[in-house]
Design a protein around this ligand. Structure first.
Ligand SMILES: Nc1ncnc2c1ncn2[C@@H]1O[C@H](COP(=O)(O)OP(=O)(O)OP(=O)(O)O)[C@@H](O)[C@H]1O
Ligand SMILES: C[C@H](N)[C@H](N)CCCCCC(=O)O
Ligand SMILES: [Mg+2]
Length: 238
């Protein structure tokens, strides 16, 4: 099933911008793409959510979200406080599986990190990935502190028997400091998964046409500079 679940080492790490980069690279490679934000918090009914932001940056994708809650909190907390029905992992998985019958690639973005709760029962994005049997891409921060959160995330994926697709640095600074430079070697070690790319800081503010042209180059470039689509599992499962 061509579903890639996109999580992060936390919130505000660049998951949405990375999702947009993967979507843009897939579109440029001629694939049809759907983007599903499992639960959107912190935006009002008329505001742009993460899936809309991906469409703005990447181009013509099918953009959807299961539910949105006004307060900028974990989805389970935001749903409870709003008196609204929470999102449960099976409905995210069902929606993603349906989109997968109609698209070459489905990108499912969580909210915050892997274990952020969607509902009172403690359902998370990890449960969604398990229900789908889908690989999980981890978006990591660039600098000091990322080794711990990346390893914790990778260990939890392994503990659950989930496949890690790899790690992408969500916001690579123009002038990387010493820990940031060292992390390029250390992140794949602690994640026990490949480093698949780094999205430059400020990429989300690029004009969309520039973003789309550059995106593939930020992700798992091959030696010839083309995008390594295989690394992102842009293919049918056997
Ligand atoms: N590479 C980047 N270029 C430009 N802006 C970025 C980049 N990475 C992150 N940002 C900015 O940092 C903020 C958080 O990024 P983003 O929305 O991608 O976080 P997230 O990990 O998707 O968080 P959430 O848990 O809310 O979904 C946004 O305001 C975004 O514009
Ligand atoms: C509002 C924010 N931007 C995200 N959508 C939700 C992040 C929840 C993080 C919860 C936590 O890990 O403490
Ligand atoms: Mg996001």
């Amino acid at each position: 099933m061509p579903v890639l679940v996109i999580t992060g080492t936390g919130t505000e790490v660049g998951k949405t911008v990375t999702t947009a980069a993967v979507a843009a690279a897939a579109l440029a490679a001629g694939r049809s793409v759907a983007v599903l934000k499992a639960a959107q918090t912190g935006v009002g009914p008329d505001e742009r959510g993460d899936a809309d932001e991906v469409a703005r940056l990447a181009g013509p994708v099918t953009a959807g979200e299961i539910a949105r809650f006004p307060e900028p909190l974990a989805p389970g907390t935001a749903a409870r406080r709003a008196g609204m029905a929470p999102v449960h992992p099976p409905e995210v998985a069902e929606r993603a599986a349906k989109l997968a019958t109609e698209h070459d690639l489905v990108l499912v973005e969580g909210a915050g990190g892997l274990l952020v709760r969607f509902d009172a029962a403690g359902g998370t994005l990890a449960d969604v990935a398990q229900l789908l049997g889908a690989p999980v891409l981890v978006v990591a921060q660039a600098g000091l502190g990322t080794l711990n959160t990346t390893e914790l995330t990778a260990r939890e994926l392994r503990r659950r028997g989930l496949e890690s697709a790899g790690v992408v640095i969500g916001s690579w600074p123009a002038e990387p400091d010493l820990p940031t430079r060292c992390n390029v070697a250390d992140l794949p070690e602690v994640a026990a998964a490949p480093l698949l790319g780094a999205v430059p800081a400020g990429a989300g503010a690029l004009p969309p046409a520039e973003f789309r042209t550059a995106a593939a180059g930020w992700l798992a470039p091959r030696l010839d500079g083309t995008w390594d689509a295989e690394a992102f599992r842009i293919r049918e499962a056997p």
